[in-house]
Design a protein around this ligand. Structure first.
Ligand SMILES: Cc1ncc(COP(=O)(O)O)c(C=O)c1O
Length: 381
């Protein structure tokens, strides 16, 4: 393998510690289902899935069957749960991959029934209930019809009802989320009364798992915080105000590259495409072999900081497709080959995913997820 110019170091210790923290919060009888979709929020699908499985995850949540097939191909035998869309034409693959899945329409259930019966298996479905997000799911009336419909299907078992919060992490006012939780509990009770007394329920994402023990239900789907990031500052504030047990999260990802070149430039020198930056004093510019192709947002041009030799060096000029430039005039001794940290800690300073996201005008979820899959993820302790 040729040496790569940029890579992410993913701390197995942090992933495991975060999972242990969530186990402490939910207790032994609630299923802990870390979400590894979207390349494990940028942390590497197989790497993170293995780490969570080793740390005692009960299930792993993926978005689609492609992710499930990658995990099965890598030898993971743990229960997998598909959160996103599965088409009727993918029913046979879902059965072969032995996943449980979210479903909310009769055609998919019908196709799963046929595929499962053909294979001598049972399709395991979490019925998705609409409670206010208006993404996937059906309202209670339709859910009741689907339950009655599925009662005649020998190949389908509805194991659980699930729903997803629309507005739990974006605010400290949880009136709407509380309403969703109440609607979910009401729906769960009515569906249980429809001849499914053992029906389970899952609603909680990271924020709800941290904030509300009463939302844990039978399974929590923890994404962002399993990687050591808070869902938002509002969630941190809400947890503090509610005097929740202090939850300690360890960010698992450090994104690095190496300085390609250092040049001395006089005051008045333009840097980069469009000449958007002009030096105000004699300084030194370091070139980093990384750009927006790798997931370093062009919106961070002239804005973000990178850590080199433990110091902050500002991005100067526009972020290019495969390069960016930083001002290292105040950082002593920088030379080609030095490590530069784009996200993560070095010495006593850190660029957090939240800072990085703020510079890019987005959220930590998108910042780490957007790191290109071509950037290698390397497991570290
Ligand atoms: C259905 C579903 N459940 C759970 C999660 C995890 O949410 P979080 O990353 O906020 O924990 C997601 C993430 O997008 C989701 O789509």
């Amino acid at each position: 393998m040729p040496q790569r110019l940029t890579w992410c170091e993913v701390s197995l210790g942090a992933l495991k510690a975060n999972l242990a923290e969530f186990r402490r919060l939910v207790g032994p009888s609630c299923a802990l289902a870390p979400v590894v979709k979207s390349n494990a929020y940028g942390h590497g699908l197989v790497l993170a899935a293995r780490a969570f499985a080793d740390a005692g995850a009960d299930l792993l949540c993926v978005n689609d069957l492609w992710e499930a097939s990658v995990l099965r191909g890598a030898g993971l035998t743990q229960p997998l749960h598909v959160l996103g869309r599965v088409e009727p034409g993918q029913a046979a693959e879902a059965i072969t991959l032995d996943v449980s899945l979210v479903a909310y329409d009769a055609q998919v259930m019908q196709a799963l029934d046929e595929a499962a019966r053909g294979a001598g298996r049972m399709a395991r479905v979490h019925l998705k209930l609409e409670t206010g997000t208006h993404r996937q799911g059906v309202d209670l009336g339709e859910a009741l019809l689907l339950v009655r419909h599925a009662a005649g299907m020998a190949g389908v078992t509805i194991n659980a009802v699930s729903t997803h919060f629309a507005d739990v992490e974006d605010t400290t006012d949880h009136t709407f989320a509380r309403r969703q939780l109440a609607a979910f509990h009401e729906g769960l009770a009515m569906l249980r009364a429809e001849g499914l007394p053992h029906l389970k329920g899952d609603i909680a994402n990271s924020a709800a798992t941290i904030l509300w023990p009463e939302a844990h239900g039978d399974m929590v789907r923890v994404g962002i915080s399993a990687y050591g990031m808070w869902p938002s500052s509002e969630t941190l504030v809400s947890a503090t105000l509610a005097h929740r047990d202090r939850v300690v999260l360890q960010p698992a990802l450090t994104w690095k590259t190496r300085v390609a070149q250092v040049k001395t430039v006089p005051a008045g020198t333009y840097v980069g495409y469009g000449r958007t930056y002009r030096t105000t004093h004699d300084t030194r510019i370091a070139v980093l072999p990384i750009g927006y192709y790798d997931g370093y947002d062009r919106g961070m041009s002239n804005t973000a900081y990178v850590l080199v030799r433990g110091m902050r060096a500002q991005v100067r000029g526009r972020v290019c497709m495969n390069m960016l430039m930083i001002d290292v005039g105040d950082v002593v001794g920088v030379e080609a080959g030095d490590e530069a940290v784009l996200i993560g800690r070095t010495g006593d300073d850190a660029v957090t995913a939240e800072q990085f996201a703020g510079w890019a005008g987005t959220i930590n979820y998108e910042a780490t997820t957007r790191i290109a899959e071509s950037v290698p993820r390397v497991a570290v302790c």
